[in-house]
Design a protein around this ligand. Structure first.
Ligand SMILES: CC(C)(COP(=O)(O)OP(=O)(O)OC[C@H]1O[C@@H](n2cnc3c(N)ncnc32)[C@H](O)[C@@H]1OP(=O)(O)O)[C@@H](O)C(=O)NCCC(=O)NCCS
Length: 150
């Protein structure tokens, strides 16, 4: 498994993976994904194994002080093999290079696997946002300090 940069030809596959990873109302439309990837200050990592995309992560900047994980998606059959960890390591390294103080994300209130995944990496719940998703589901905002010693 290795990481590489996004190519325009990846978009259909990323959309397919996102649709499989999330329920309707939480998953993104293809145009939304393309918009996030093309956004100013945004960065996308592709995890590839044997020529197949097995996961991806999109991050962006949120002002001067924060980086934001837009989404992290790993194909179900490749989970619990460290793909998510490697994608998050890359995003956090990028965020540290940007000299931001904090990295944060939103995750569905009922996505206990993702909450566990982030907690093992030092993220804590900072705020619950009711009706965050299009399906009106609530989200937890989870954040991790990137300050020295944080
Ligand atoms: C959350 C997600 C990205 C994790 O990816 P992954 O490649 O399976 O994660 P890793 O194998 O790197 O796991 C790292 C650690 O996170 C924790 N973790 C991951 N999945 C877990 C699970 N199902 N149950 C409990 N802990 C889990 C474990 O501590 C794990 O380490 P270990 O396997 O040595 O015990 C993946 O489950 C996924 O794509 N889910 C669907 C999409 C999603 O929910 N994305 C997050 C949205 S905010």
């Amino acid at each position: 498994m290795h990481l590489r940069a996004f190519r325009r030809s990846d978009l259909d596959t990323l959309y397919e993976i996102d649709q499989a990873c999330f329920p309707p109302g939480v998953s993104y439309g293809k145009g939304e994904l393309a918009g996030f990837i093309a956004g100013r200050g945004s960065r996308t990592w592709i995890a590839e194994e044997g020529g197949q995309i097995v996961g991806f992560l999109i991050a962006d900047r949120a002002g001067l002080r924060a980086a934001h994980i837009v989404t992290i998606d790993v194909r179900a059959e490749y989970r619990r093999r460290g793909v998510g960890r490697i994608l998050m390591d890359a995003a956090e390294e990028w965020a540290r290079e940007q000299k931001v103080e904090v990295i944060y994300l939103e995750t569905a209130e009922d996505n206990l696997v993702a909450q566990r995944f982030y907690q093992t990496r030092g993220y804590t719940k900072v705020e619950k946002v009711e009706g965050y998703y299009a399906n009106s589901r609530a989200a937890w905002v989870m954040a991790k300090s990137l300050k020295a010693g944080g």
